[in-house]
Design a protein around this ligand. Sequence first.
Ligand code: PLP
Length: 360
Amino acid sequence: MARIYNFSAGPSMLPEEVLKTAAAEMLEYGTTGQSVMEMSHRSKEYQAIIDEAEANLREIMNIPENYKVLFLQGGASTQFAMVPMNLMTKNKKADYIITGQWAKKAYKEAARYGNARAVASSEDKTFSYIPEITSDMLDPEADYVHICMNNTIYGTKWQTLPETGNVPLVADISSCILSEPIDVSKFGVLYAGAQKNVAPAGLTIVIIREDLIGNAMDITPTMLNYQTHADNGSMFNTPPCYTIYIAGLVFKWIKSIGGLSEMKKINEKKAQMIYDFLDHSALFKGTVVPEARSLMNIPFVTGDTELDAKFVAEAKKAGFVNLKGHRSVGGMRASVYNAMPVEGVYKLVEFMKKFEEENK
Ligand SMILES: *Cc1c(COP(=O)(O)O)cnc(C)c1O
């Protein structure tokens, strides 16, 4: 068996240790005589799995007591509607900062339910930077301010958070959750689809301050009301049981390597290897301003679309897959989530050096 290095933006690699544990427990979890996939979500064995997953997530993210952790479905995209339906209810307006396609989708969806305002955008330069936000740009009466913390397609990340005063800050952290420590107390809501850094697709993690629960619009479907899930321990209906189990294994894996501060060091090392190479390469160059660079998604180009295509094809043959960039940026993108080994990044950079040598 030869495992490839998968640089996909999502779904993406899972830690090999996690896959091995899952494989070993596939036919029988513990002494239950069945796999986790087959188990009742109401069984005490499954309750222990979800409880342990939540406890470990709370521990590694240092989630304060007054926040609920919800394990939901529907992807981050469902949160684009759930956030306004549950939060845009006091003054019926919210501020959105447009730093990429996901942020824009969130904004457009919110505009269906109330007065969503696009405060600033970096679209003028293909979202290659994060706009500067000063407090006078924000509406103190807004029900919340929404940002996309790490812009998966464009490879930018908020390095400093906008100062929102008493207005809750809501962040889509789909592509940077668990990549480094984050101060949860600075946010009203954090949400993430699992398939980038946590688990297979099918699970959405929502971390929400308790006082923001219970104010949903009347039209809100029961399943889209945070209260429904908060009141039922994420078990109002059948949760994505197996995906939560895998997420739990990933949380344990993160604990075993020393938690998020250790994870951050490894991620910085990986990203730095690529950025250092890009900054000195005569052939390849990064597309993002240095001060907004993401740790997780690294787009780069040669400036020649044919050469880009050649690189992607040759990389694939060499075992580095899914390096083709998003169509809106072109070129390449290396997504180096938590589960990408340092070795995979080292080998990719060696391969890029060789390609540069052969194509100059
Ligand atoms: C992938 C991604 C999404 C979409 O997630 P789904 O779970 O597929 O809905 C939203 N936001 C960001 C930042 C993403 O990276």
